[in-house]
Design a binder for this molecule. Structure first.
Ligand SMILES: C[S@@+](CC[C@H](N)C(=O)[O-])C[C@H]1O[C@@H](n2cnc3c(N)ncnc32)[C@H](O)[C@@H]1O
Length: 302
């Protein structure tokens, strides 16, 4: 017991509690693996069904914090430097995938920038337009989306819903020059390593994934005190791991992180370029999940 305690110096108290319970399970039952896996399951499932209700919410039931209609200027503000330049340079034969697109407003703005939205117009660029695909678990298309899709032709802008990114085959979706995720699957998925693995498989070599994640331990280590973290990672021994350190272990990628320590929540803006075809991601398992917008999650790197 003393050795368990001494090996936990510097580890959070929740992690210590969990490690202690697992230790007791191992001692009493001699079933470490079964015990460690089964402890949190019923609660996680309950929280995942609460999360489903948030996705399915309609009208007045949509929680105020669950934003589904950010335009392109919102994407320009939130995504890493270089996103707008890269989007503006896409050719008509290229493809842009927006994961967790909500109503698809960013794509609508890309094709038809609003006169009163200077930042969105600048981000859309003046040249050719790539084909764009919006993915959302729930169908949030508006009449404007339907009208624009009809006038542009179905192959220019597409909207897929009814399942998560991981449930599509690569053949169904194709390959993309740019993939974006603004408070979509990267912030919401309960299977984060599988999510990133899928994103990388959908990028062309030389293609880039732009995203952000709020409430994480920052790469620049300038987190303020008293932060409520939303996504926490730990290594196999229970020690905290930073999101960017984990991502930087992925093969065939070039990962850049911009730490925003002065935002309301410490937020990492993340850019991942695919540099060769054999991508792989260090797998993680879900330890905790609490529904929300975004949910709070804790993962362990396996
Ligand atoms: C908060 S909304 C963000 C919408 C939009 N990006 C915006 O900023 O207005 C979250 C979106 O992510 C989607 N989403 C969450 N997890 C996903 C996943 N694993 N695969 C696909 N879409 C996902 C939801 O269905 C929803 O469309």
């Amino acid at each position: 017991m003393r050795s368990v305690k001494s090996s936990l110096i510097g580890v959070s108290s929740a992690t210590k509690r969990r490690a202690f319970m697992i230790f007791v399970c191992a001692q009493v039952l001699g079933l470490y693996a079964v015990c460690a896996q089964e402890l949190p399951q019923p609660r996680i499932e309950e929280e995942i069904s609460k999360q489903e209700k948030i996705y399915r919410s309609r009208g007045d039931e949509v929680p105020r914090g669950y934003v589904i209609d950010r335009g392109l200027s919102g994407y320009a503000e939130l995504l890493p430097a270089g996103f707008c330049d890269a989007l503006g340079k896409l050719r008509s034969s290229d493809q842009w995938l927006d994961i967790g697109a909500g109503s698809g407003q960013a794509i609508l703005d890309y094709y038809a920038p609003r006169d009163d939205d200077g930042a969105g117009k600048k981000c859309a660029g003046a040249g050719e337009k790539a084909r764009a695909l919006a993915i959302s678990i729930e169908d949030r298309r508006t009449d404007t989306w339907q009208q624009q899709a009809t006038s542009l032709g179905a192959s220019r802008i597409r909207y897929l819903s009814g399942k998560r990114l991981r449930d599509y085959s690569s053949e169904e979706l194709g390959k993309f020059r740019i993939i974006t995720d603004v408070f979509g699957g990267f912030s919401y998925s309960e299977r984060l390593s599988l999510f990133v693995d899928k994103v990388l498989s959908l990028l062309e070599i030389g293609g880039t994934f732009y995203t952000l994640v709020p409430g994480v331990h920052l790469e620049n280590a300038k987190d303020k005190l008293g932060i409520l973290y939303l996504t926490e990672l730990e290594d196999a021994t229970g020690r905290p791991e930073r999101m960017c350190s984990w991502l930087k272990k992925s093969a065939c990628t070039q990962v850049t992180c911009e730490s925003k320590s002065d935002w309301k929540r410490p937020t990492e803006l993340i850019k991942i370029e695919k540099v060769c075809s054999d991508t792989s991601v260090a797998p993680m398992k879900l330890l905790e999940f609490e529904a929300g917008y975004p949910p709070s999650r804790r993962f362990q790197i396996e």
